[in-house]
Design a protein around this ligand. Structure first.
Ligand SMILES: *Cc1c(COP(=O)(O)O)cnc(C)c1O
Length: 449
C-alpha cells in the first residue's frame, strides 16, 4: 500500500510522506502539512465499527495515511498500548451524548493525540538511530499531554513553554513534576507569545544543529489520531449509522480538524458545531467572510481555548480551497458556502459557560468543565436555531477536577479527583522562568547544542 503524501499549506512544492511530516513538524516554508488526498473508509467498513474496540477503529482510520511506513503488527501494538483507557459516550438526555475524552493520564483529550504521536515518533527515531528536541507551546493541556507521552524516551527531549499566569496550579504541576527528559519553561506572556517563540526557533539558522521538532497541534501526527474518536463516538451513539451532529470546543482547531478529516473520510455527519469562547475570530469570519485575529487573545475560563489566531485555520482554509499563511493573512478565500454547509460556528461567553455548567448539572446531573460546557452550550444554540436533531455528540475535553473552582461555584459539587491527578499535590516541581524575548529563549536552547 503506498503512503499518502502531505503538502504545506503555504504552497511549498515538495510533497513528503507521513514519517517526514511527523518528524519535521512544520514545513520548511512555515506552512502546516495536510494530506494531499484524503482516504475514504468504505461504508461497509464503517458499518463494522460498532463491534470494534477503540484501538481497532484507530487502526482502520490511521493505517491508510501510513501505507507501509509501519508494519500492521507494530501499528496495532502501538495503538493498543496508547489507548488503554475508557472512552465513555455518556447519555445526557434522548439521543444527546457527551463524549468524555478525559480518561487518559493527564485527564485531557490531548492524551489521544500525544500518546499515538509519541509512540510513532519513537518508532521512527529508533529505526534511524536519531535524537530530537521537541519544542511545544501550551495554553494548559498540550504541554502536560506531550510531556507525559514522551516522558522517559531515550531519544527525545521536550521543552514545554507555558504562559506563567494563565495555567492552573494543577495544569502546571502536570508539566513540572516529571523531570528526566522534560524541561518546562514558564514564560512571561500569553500562549500566543509562547507559540511565537517556538515558531521563530524553528526557522532560526543558528539553531539548525538542534534537531528541532514540534508536538503542537501543528504536527500532523497529532491531527490524525484526533479523527478516530469521532468515528468511535458515532459508532456507539448510532450503530445504525445515522448522521450525527458533533459539537467541538475549539481553540487552535486541531480537534475540529480531526473531525473534518473524519467527515471527508466518510463519517456520517449532519453538522460540526464549532464552539469558541469569547475569542470569536472564527465565528465572526463565518458571518462576515473577513478574518481578523484577536490580539491579544482574551482570557476566558476555558483557558485552553484562549487563542486569538488558531494555528490550524491554515489547514481549515486549505481544506476548503483557500490559503492562509501563518500570520493569518488570507491570500485566497475558502469556499465559504461549503464551510457554512458543514460548520456552524458560535461564540460562548464566560457567563453562558458558567450558566451551562450549572444547568447541565441541575437538569441532567452531568458534570461539565468550562471547555466541555462551551461545546454543550454551542450545541444547544445550534439545536435551538436550526431545529432538533439526533444523535448529537458534544465533546468534553478535560476532567472537571482540573477546574474545581468554577465547578464548585456553579454546582456546589467538588468534582472527584481522578487517580491520575491525586498524587500531583505531593510531588516536587521543577521549572525555569523566562521573559518573553526571543533572545532569552535562544540562549536557553543553545544549552542543548
Ligand atoms: C486544547 C484544548 C481544547 C482546544 O482544542 P484545539 O484542538 O486547540 O481546538 C479544548 N479543551 C481542552 C481541555 C483543551 O486542552
Amino acid at each position: 500500500m503506498s503512503a499518502i503524501k502531505f503538502f504545506s499549506t503555504n504552497g511549498h512544492p515538495e510533497r513528503v510522506d507521513f514519517k517526514a511530516a511527523l518528524l519535521m513538524g512544520q514545513a520548511p516554508d512555515k506552512g502546516l502539512y495536510i494530506p494531499e488526498e484524503i482516504p475514504q473508509i468504505p461504508g461497509s467498513k464503517i458499518g463494522q465499527f460498532p463491534k470494534m474496540s477503540y484501538p481497532q477503529i484507530a487502526y482502520e482510520v490511521i493505517k491508510p495515511y501510513l501505507g507501509d511506513l509501519v508494519s500492521d503488527s507494530d501499528l496495532r501494538a502501538m495503538l493498543m498500548d496508547a489507548y488503554n483507557y475508557d472512552v465513555p459516550v455518556e447519555r445526557v438526555y434522548d439521543e444527546k451524548y457527551v463524549l468524555r475524552l478525559d480518561r487518559g493520564p493527564t485527564c485531557s483529550f490531548k492524551d489521544f493525540a500525544a500518546r499515538a504521536m509519541g509512540r510513532l515518533v519513537q518508532h521512527f527515531l529508533r529505526e534511524e538511530g536519531r535524537s530530537i528536541l521537541i519544542l511545544t507551546a501550551t495554553s494548559g493541556d498540550t504541554g502536560s499531554a506531550v510531556a507525559h507521552a514522551f516522558y522517559g524516551l531515550d531519544n527525545v527531549k521536550v521543552v514545554v513553554l507555558f504562559p506563567e499566569k494563565e495555567v492552573t496550579d494543577r495544569q502546571r504541576r502536570q508539566m513540572t513534576t516529571l523531570g528526566k527528559n522534560i524541561f518546562p519553561l514558564a514564560v512571561k506572556g500569553k500562549f500566543d507569545d509562547c507559540q511565537a517563540l517556538v515558531k521563530q526557533a524553528f526557522v532560526d539558522p543558528d539553531l539548525s544543529a538542534l534537531d528541532l521538532s514540534s508536538a503542537n497541534s501543528i504536527n500532523i501526527g497529532r491531527l490524525l489520531p484526533q479523527a478516530v474518536y469521532y468515528f468511535y463516538a458515532q459508532s456507539r451513539a448510532s450503530p445504525e449509522g445515522k448522521k450525527a451532529v458533533f459539537s467541538v470546543p475549539s481553540g487552535n482547531f486541531g480537534d475540529l480538524m480531526g473531525g473534518l478529516l473524519a467527515l471527508r473520510m466518510g463519517l456520517p455527519v449532519q453538522k460540526m458545531v464549532v464552539a469558541t469562547n469569547e475569542n470569536d475570530e472564527f465565528p465572526v469570519f463565518m458571518n462576515t467572510g473577513a478574518y481578523e485575529p484577536i490580539r491579544p487573545s482574551k482570557n476566558c475560563i476555558s483557558n485552553a481555548m484562549n487563542v486569538g489566531h488558531p494555528s490550524n485555520l491554515a489547514r481549515l482554509f486549505s481544506l476548503y480551497g483557500g490559503q492562509m499563511d501563518e500570520t493569518g493573512h488570507v491570500s485566497r478565500q475558502p469556499d465559504l458556502a461549503a464551510m457554512r454547509k458543514d460548520l456552524y460556528a458560535v461564540s460562548i461567553t464566560d457567563e453562558e459557560t458558567r450558566q451551562t455548567i450549572k444547568e447541565a448539572y441541575r437538569q441532567h446531573k452531568v458534570l461539565l468543565e468550562p471547555h466541555g460546557a462551551v461545546a454543550w452550550a454551542g450545541l444547544l444554540k445550534y439545536l435551538n436555531q436550526c431545529g432538533d436533531w439526533s444523535p448529537c455528540i458534544s465533546l468534553e475535553t478535560a476532567d472537571p477536577a482540573k477546574f474545581p473552582e468554577e465547578i464548585i461555584r456553579a454546582t456546589g459539587v467538588n468534582p472527584p479527583l481522578p487517580a491520575a491527578m491525586a498524587r500531583l499535590d505531593e510531588l516536587v516541581e521543577s521549572f525555569e522562568r523566562m521573559d518573553g524575548r526571543y533572545d532569552s529563549f535562544k540562549e536557553y536552547l543553545k544549552r542543548f547544542l
